[in-house]
Design a protein around this ligand. Structure first.
Ligand SMILES: CC(C)(COP(=O)(O)OP(=O)(O)OC[C@H]1O[C@@H](n2cnc3c(N)ncnc32)[C@H](O)[C@@H]1OP(=O)(O)O)[C@@H](O)C(=O)NCCC(=O)NCCS
Length: 253
């Protein structure tokens, strides 16, 4: 199972001011927060931590009955920038949790899984028209054909989704945008109302030997994508929303 959560700046009054809500950050994270000088980066970073920590807390509460304090959930960055989650002060072991974080405009989207060996990539993109040169530069022919064969009202959403899915795979690989995006072919299925639709993912063998599965959905003007390596087998459910409405209340427990 992949658990996911999306939150906006409206979730807590401090977030829109690019401030960290009380009790969110541990001491090291507060140091990191203070080192971020650009306000937009600070806002994105805090909203990402807010969303990721509520996702982890909700997951642990659901699966173990024990909800850690948000500042006992530590999210650090690996040298390549990928997030790593640990629970401090925990008497029980919670196993390996793999997390992915994304932000766009005033929204963050995070995905989490505890399946051994499974690495999720999550990405969110605001849906807006992009230049044709963008598609020509970053997409392969099969993706360009998929877009041009789609009904006109769907084309902008599809371009955004394909781009987002490539980023999701690159995050699952821990590469980020350090490689040619045409090494990853992403072919989204038709959208499904209020549900995840599959994305067919084909990676060039020069990039990875792993195979990937992906999903996408449209939500409030954004495209959300998830990618995981094949450890998540066909029988397993893809995604469970950890209750975005309850997240703000959760901080007061
Ligand atoms: C990963 C990347 C594609 C995300 O770009 P983006 O679309 O602008 O941003 P998103 O909001 O979707 O995602 C940002 C999150 O991706 C995660 N991330 C960053 N690098 C990552 C990597 N190599 N693998 C997986 N996840 C990564 C981080 O959690 C980051 O959020 P945070 O810094 O607030 O924790 C981009 O940052 C990148 O190409 N990074 C690799 C190259 C690089 O600059 N590395 C810096 C090393 S510190």
């Amino acid at each position: 199972m992949i658990y996911w959560l999306t939150q906006t700046l409206a979730a807590h009054p401090a977030l829109a001011r690019a401030e960290a809500p009380e009790g969110l950050l541990n001491t090291e994270e507060q140091v990191r927060y203070r080192s971020l000088v650009v306000e937009k980066r600070r806002r994105d970073w805090v909203l990402g931590r807010w969303t990721a920590k509520h996702l982890v807390a909700a997951y642990l509460e659901t699966t173990t009955g024990c909800r850690p304090a948000l500042n006992d959930i530590a999210i650090t960055a690996d040298p390549d920038g990928a997030p790593r989650v640990t629970i401090t002060g925990a008497s029980a072991s919670f196993g390996d949790l793999a997390l992915s974080i994304s932000h766009s405009r005033d929204r963050a989207f995070c995905a989490l899984t505890a399946i051994p060996g499974c690495v999720p990539g999550a990405d969110i993109e605001y849906v807006e028209a992009r230049d044709l040169s963008f598609v020509a530069e970053f997409f392969v022919n099969a993706e360009i054909r998929l877009v041009s064969d789609a009904p006109a009202p769907l084309q902008t959403l599809l371009v955004t989704t394909i781009w987002s899915a490539k980023e999701a795979v690159l995050k699952a690989l821990h590469h980020g945008l350090t490689v040619d995006t045409r090494n990853i072919v992403c072919l989204p299925s038709d959208p499904i109302d209020n549900a995840w639709a599959p994305v067919r993912i084909i990676c060039d063998s020069s990039l990875t030997r792993a195979t990937f599965r992906g999903w996408w959905r449209a939500l409030d003007g954004f495209a959300l994508t998830l990618a995981v390596n094949e450890e998540l087998t066909a029988g397993q459910t893809i995604a469970s929303n950890m209750g975005q409405e309850q997240a703000y209340n959760g901080v007061h427990r």
